[in-house]
Design a protein around this ligand. Structure first.
Ligand SMILES: NC(=O)c1ccc[n+]([C@@H]2O[C@H](COP(=O)([O-])OP(=O)(O)OC[C@H]3O[C@@H](n4cnc5c(N)ncnc54)[C@H](O)[C@@H]3O)[C@@H](O)[C@H]2O)c1
Length: 317
């Protein structure tokens, strides 16, 4: 049985859906602060609670034979973390430590953590390898990096297997689940809102970066490929414990994303160039060699397939 924290959210919900299809039993642990009850797959058991609630966690680990924790529950808005850093350290570090503690005490063998490319900051040349310097430029990235270090030491001292998966830009949808953040800050859903006429134009945050077309380049990874990586980490030997960069290895600029979205949707998508946002690195692309080699994971979807799935999800919802 697998405990999925944050399974009422975007990536956790898709991963839970995939685990259930593989015949795994799933308990979702989510306080619904930023998730949706209807995103919880019907076949999963939902525990509506906070990961800072030690008693509830203890009771959950006693009640279910959990062999692995997939820990998605966190706050993930960079801008919010810049105005309320304590919120981020409390939820993404302190509350996560309570979860880790209780998982460890209950004898759970494996912990898989949703980390992020935000731990690398804005100074690294692309592609970014696991060994690239870590220098977060916001409390969100810092809180994730701090928890990675806690996991490393838990592994060293208590022997718990761990896999920290540093996602680059998650995108796309399954037939039933997709991105529903509020506020939405991610490029692809915003572009699709513009395509659907729900916003006047998509703002391009700077077109004078040192990239081929002047707009920022990111590594977009389909949420189903992310889910597959979690399944690979659940099945990998414990000696492969560690941190893995998780992206496709291919970058796309903001303008490329918009062009693909125009092709997929057949809509106009008006754009407006506005000034750069502080702290946006020109390019963030993963070097996924390590996860390919050690966990045998490979992405299956390209950006067009991700945008198409997100557009289909948007039209259905
Ligand atoms: N979306 C991305 O592009 C991206 C990129 C890198 C890393 N990540 C990480 O992946 C994870 C999932 O991201 P997402 O986009 O699915 O986010 P999401 O906001 O859709 O889902 C997070 C879920 O966690 C729950 N949650 C938050 N704090 C909780 C708490 N204290 N107790 C119980 N439940 C709690 C929320 O209610 C929500 O359902 C996060 O840890 C995020 O930092 C996401």
């Amino acid at each position: 049985m697998i405990l999925v924290t944050g399974g009422a959210g975007y990536i956790g919900g898709v991963t839970a859906e995939k685990l259930l299809k593989l015949g795994e039993r799933v308990v979702i642990y989510d306080n619904l602060s930023r998730g949706y009850r209807d995103a919880v797959p019907r076949a999963a058991t939902l525990i509506e609670s906070d990961i800072s609630d030690r008693e509830k966690l203890r009771e959950t680990f006693q009640r279910f034979p959990i062999r692995g924790v997939l820990h998605f529950a966190a706050f993930a808005l960079v801008g919010e973390s810049m105005t309320d850093p304590a919120l981020y350290f409390r939820n993404n570090l302190a509350a996560a430590l309570t979860l880790l503690d209780e998982a460890q005490s209950a004898g759970v063998g494996r912990f898989i953590f949703s980390s992020t490319c935000a731990i690398f900051g804005d100074q690294n040349p692309s592609p970014i390898a696991e060994t690239s310097p870590k220098s977060p430029i916001n409390p969100y990235g810092e809180s994730k990096l701090a928890f990675e270090r806690a996991l490393h030491w838990h592994h060293q001292i208590h022997g718990m297997a761990y896999f920290s998966l540093r996602y680059f830009n998650a995108c796309g949808a399954t037939a039933e689940r997709g991105e529903r953040h509020d506020p939405e800050t991610h490029l692809i859903p915003l572009v699709l809102e513009a395509a659907a006429g729900e916003r006047d134009a998509i703002h391009i945050l700077g077109d004078d970066y040192p990239t081929p077309d002047g707009t920022c380049v990111r590594d977009y990874i389909h949420v189903e490929d992310l889910a597959d990586a979690h399944i690979a980490a659940l099945n990998a030997g414990p000696e492969l414990s560690g941190c893995y960069n998780l992206g496709t290895g291919r970058g796309h600029s903001v303008r490329e994303v918009i062009d693909i979205a125009r092709r997929v949707t057949g809509r106009e998508i008006p754009t407006q160039v506005v000034p750069r946002r502080p702290g946006d690195p020109p390019e963030l692309v993963a070097d996924p060699s390590l996860i390919r080699e050690k966990l045998g994971w490979h992405h299956r979807h390209d950006l067009e397939s991700a945008i198409r799935s997100a557009w289909e999800f948007k039209q259905r919802s």
